[in-house]
Design a protein around this ligand. Structure first.
Ligand SMILES: *Cc1c(COP(=O)(O)O)cnc(C)c1O
Length: 243
C-alpha cells in the first residue's frame, strides 16, 4: 500500500522509480488483479507514443480527463481502443465525444445525463455512464449524494432517457495519507452501490454492475473494498508534469 501524503510527494515518487518500462508496469499491475477487476489505463497528458506502447502490450481501455484531448487521441489511435471519460464533464462538450466514448465515469446530475442522451441519440447509440458519488470530505470533489441519486433514478425524466444506460458508480477518495479514512470512503461507495442496486425500476437504462474506484496509490485497497474497475495512470506511464 502506498499512502498518499499531500504534503510530501515522496511516496508517489518512490512508487514510480522502481518501475521500469510501460509494458513492464502494465504487466506487473495486471498480474496482480483479480479477474473481475477492469484496468483503465489513465493516459492524460501522455503522448501517443506512450499510449501505443501500452496498446502494443495488449491494453485496450484508456481513460482521459479532458474531452478535447481524448477526441484528438481517438483520432490518432487504433479504432479498437475503448475510451473512458474519467474527468468532470461540461454539458457543452459532450458532443465532441458522443460518437465514440465507451464509458463516462463522472456523471453527477440529470441535466448532464439528458445532454449525453441527446447527443447519443444523434449517433444512434446508447452511452454507458457511471454516477459519481461524493465520497470524499473535501468540498472540491464532485459527486451526488445517495439520496439525490435515488431521486434521480426513480424520476420519470430518467426513465425516458433511452440512449444512456447507468451501469454503476464512481468515486474519488480524499487526498490524504490516512488509510483508514480512504478505506472508510471506499466502503461507503460499495454500500451505496449495494443500496442503489436494490432499487426496483422498470427502466431498461438502469443496470448496475460497475464500481469505479482506486488509482495508482490506493487501488489494492479499493479492490479489497469491492472495486470492479480501477483507474491507474502514473504507475503505468510514470509521473505527470501537470494534472
Ligand atoms: C488522473 C486520474 C486518475 C489516475 O491517477 P494516478 O494517481 O496517476 O493513477 C484516476 N482517476 C481520475 C479521475 C483521474 O483524474
Amino acid at each position: 500500500m502506498f499512502p498518499i501524503n499531500p504534503l510530501n510527494n515522496s511516496n508517489r515518487q518512490k512508487h514510480q522509480t522502481y518501475k521500469m518500462s510501460i509494458p513492464q508496469n502494465l504487466q506487473s499491475i495486471k498480474s496482480s488483479l483479480p479477474e473481475h477487476v477492469t484496468l483503465v489505463a489513465v493516459s492524460k497528458t501522455k503522448p501517443i507514443s506512450d499510449l501505443m506502447e501500452a496498446y502494443n502490450a495488449g491494453q485496450r481501455i484508456f481513460g482521459e480527463n479532458k474531452i478535447q484531448e481524448m477526441a484528438n487521441k481517438h483520432e490518432d489511435m487504433p479504432k479498437d481502443v475503448e475510451w473512458h471519460m474519467i474527468g468532470h464533464v461540461q454539458s457543452n462538450k459532450v458532443k465532441y465525444m458522443a460518437s465514440f466514448v465507451r464509458l463516462i465515469h463522472g456523471v453527477d446530475n440529470l441535466k448532464l445525463l439528458k445532454e449525453i442522451n441527446k447527443q447519443a441519440l444523434k449517433h444512434n447509440r446508447v452511452i454507458d455512464c457511471l454516477l459519481q458519488i461524493k465520497i470524499a470530505s473535501e468540498d472540491s470533489k464532485f459527486g451526488m449524494s445517495p439520496n439525490d441519486t435515488i431521486d434521480m433514478i426513480t424520476s420519470e425524466s430518467f426513465s425516458e432517457l433511452k440512449n444512456i444506460r447507468v451501469v454503476g458508480v464512481m468515486g474519488m477518495a480524499t487526498f490524504t495519507s490516512d488509510i483508514n479514512q480512504i478505506e472508510g470512503e471506499f466502503k461507503y461507495l460499495k454500500r451505496t452501490f449495494e443500496t442503489l442496486k436494490q432499487i426496483k425500476t422498470e427502466s431498461p437504462n438502469y443496470h448496475l454492475n460497475t464500481i469505479s474506484m482506486g488509482m495508482s496509490g490506493d487501488y489494492q485497497l479499493a479492490i479489497a473494498c469491492g472495486s470492479t474497475m480501477i483507474r491507474v495512470g502514473s504507475s503505468i506511464f510514470g509521473a505527470r508534469n501537470y494534472h
